[in-house]
Design a protein around this ligand. Structure first.
Ligand SMILES: NC(=O)C1=CN([C@@H]2O[C@H](COP(=O)(O)OP(=O)(O)OC[C@H]3O[C@@H](n4cnc5c(N)ncnc54)[C@H](O)[C@@H]3O)[C@@H](O)[C@H]2O)C=CC1
Ligand SMILES: O=C(O)[C@H](O)CS(=O)(=O)O
Length: 489
């Protein structure tokens, strides 16, 4: 059992149109990936409940959008305050169902809450325009209005932040949201809904539906009342949902897979590059879409970088996320372990060398040793497939042109990173990399203030930043005519 200061935050129920529904004997078990133990159960809901939540969202949204932006901002601010007041409990729930170390989980709660804080502020800045007209009797006005009912589908790797990164701008804009969280991590989403009610989110504005992803997703993508689908997850599922939304011409927000290059030039600060590589590669045990999936090191510093990286990672312990000082928790499930093992096996069979780790951890279960591979080449699976685990493959390169071409040789375009202290090179490489985001001399780029998102097969739209609100709003053009000169009395 998870030790919580406020046990009511671990609610074994889904929220459907303002009504809490508890699981019956068809309920779905939620397990702790570190121990395999059952944390609790959630109801196995489907089409009827999803349809009901969407109808309730439509009703709630009409009233919500009539409230002032300041009023909506104040509710969001209260939600942010409650999240931070309960950071320890929300972190404990997250570690229990996702596995990441408690310190990292609490960090995600603060990161997730920052999107609610940011969009509480942005809510009051959805400015329109008055444009100088094209005719004396005309006036051109542009206003912004909320899209309406939004459906959201989110992944297990950031069970709090991937929800608030959508809910924040949606509610700030005046929208309503029906959410299907990942089946592995529903309790973080439910805890957010519990606090949302306490903050003053009106009944029906925010629903959390648990159950069959395919069935719930089919209703979300097919129901014409849903005006936008926002999805974070794999490119494969994202593309399928995109197609399912086509018949009802929904707006789409897609945060999909990545294959981030991490480039270290000869002129880099090597210690800084090692620190950045540890964060960019191993945050969340490598289970993030912006993780460094390919590490390219210029020949002049390759051996020194490889040695420094291995020395640093070797000091970082693996274990249960609730234990003191743990840096690497378990992977989410056995298929995730199998994919990591397959990538290591494929690389070594083609000539790569394991300089650290390289096998399942002695702890068993879904624990895997943090792994560093050297002598990696472009024909290996790690070069083209997203590993989504603690494997750092080191490629050697000679020239800038060569590494930029290699870095761009992927269908993905989410995050990228490079270390250089040559100003001209920083500009050249930043402009040449075909990605939505570029980390320059840093391995950690994610923040509410910045536009998060990718190009190519990594998705559509941006989340966070001053641009994030527009993804949940529609522009309306008002053409005011007949404003002729007043007739003389
Ligand atoms: N760009 C980004 O911000 C992120 C991308 N990802 C990507 O997602 C993958 C790992 O995360 P997963 O959760 O395993 O991805 P996933 O795509 O399998 O699942 C994501 C969500 O989609 C749901 N889902 C699965 N099949 C569905 C269907 N047929 N209809 C409706 N919903 C369905 C799942 O239940 C979950 O809630 C990796 O490729 C990773 O790169 C993950 C997190 C963030
Ligand atoms: O789900 C993910 O991988 C997140 O988008 C990564 S981040 O926003 O925490 O960097």
């Amino acid at each position: 059992m998870i030790k919580l200061n406020d046990p009511t935050l671990l609610r074994q129920a889904a929220l459907v149109g303002g009504q809490w529904i508890e699981p019956d004997d068809t309920g779905l078990a939620v397990t702790n990936p570190a121990t395999g133990g059952v944390i609790g159960h959630v109801p196995n809901l489907g089409t009827d409940e999803t349809r009901s939540a969407i109808a309730a969202a439509q009703t709630a949204q009409k009233a919500w959008t009539k409230r002032t932006a300041k009023d909506r901002a104040q509710v969001l601010r209260r939600w942010f305050d409650l999240m931070m007041d309960h950071q320890d409990d929300l972190g404990a729930i997250l570690t229990a169902e996702q596995g990441k170390p408690l310190t990292e989980a609490k960090g995600e709660i603060a990161y997730g809450a920052s999107f609610i804080e940011w969009f509480a502020e942005e809510a009051r800045r959805a400015y329109g325009d008055v444009t100088p007209g094209h005719a004396p009797d005309k006036r051109i006005i542009t206003i912004k209005q909320p899209i309406g009912v939004v459906a959201a589908i989110t992944p297990w790797n950031f069970p709090n932040a991937m929800i608030t990164r959508k809910a924040g701008p949606a509610f700030a804009a005046g929208c309503a949201m029906v959410l299907k969280p990942a089946s592995q991590t529903p309790f973080s989403a439910i805890a957010l809904a519990v606090l949302g009610e306490r903050a003053g989110l009106p009944a029906g504005l925010f629903s959390v539906i648990t159950g069959s992803a395919r069935v719930i997703g089919a209703e979300m993508t097919g129901n014409p009342t849903v005006q936008k689908l926002t999805f974070t997850g794999s490119t494969e599922i994202g593309a399928m949902l995109y197609a399912q939304c086509a018949p009802t011409i929904k707006k789409l927000g897609l945060e999909l897979g990545g294959n981030a290059p991490f480039i270290v030039f000869n002129d880099a600060d090597l210690d800084a590059a090692v620190e950045g590589a540890v964060i960019a590669k191993f945050r969340n045990n490598g289970q993030t879409c912006v993780c460094a999936n390919r590490i390219y090191v210029q020949a002049g510093v390759y051996d020194a970088f490889a040695e420094k990286l291995a020395s640093k990672v070797a000091t970082l312990p693996t274990g249960n996320g609730f234990d003191e000082g743990i840096v690497f928790g378990p992977l989410i499930d056995q298929p995730a372990v199998d994919k990591v093992a397959e990538h290591v096996s494929d690389a070594t069979s083609k000539g790569a060398t394991v300089t650290l780790g390289g096998k399942a951890h002695a702890l068993g279960g879904t624990f895997y040793e943090p792994t560093i591979l050297t002598g990696v080449t472009a024909d290996m699976a790690v070069a083209t497939e997203e590993t989504f685990g603690p494997v750092a493959p080191l490629f050697k390169f000679d020239t800038e042109a060569e590494v930029v071409a290699a870095a761009n040789d992927t269908e993905f375009g989410l995050a990228s990173y490079f270390y250089s202290r040559d100003l001209a090179r920083v500009w050249r490489v930043s402009e040449a990399l075909e990605y939505g985001m570029v980390g320059i001399n840093t391995g950690l780029i994610s923040t509410a203030e910045a536009p998060f998102g990718g190009v190519k097969m990594s998705g559509l739209g941006r989340e966070g930043s001053r641009y994030g609100l527009d993804d949940f709003m529609e522009l309306k053009y008002l053409c005011m005519g007949g404003i002729d000169a007043a007739e003389e009395a």
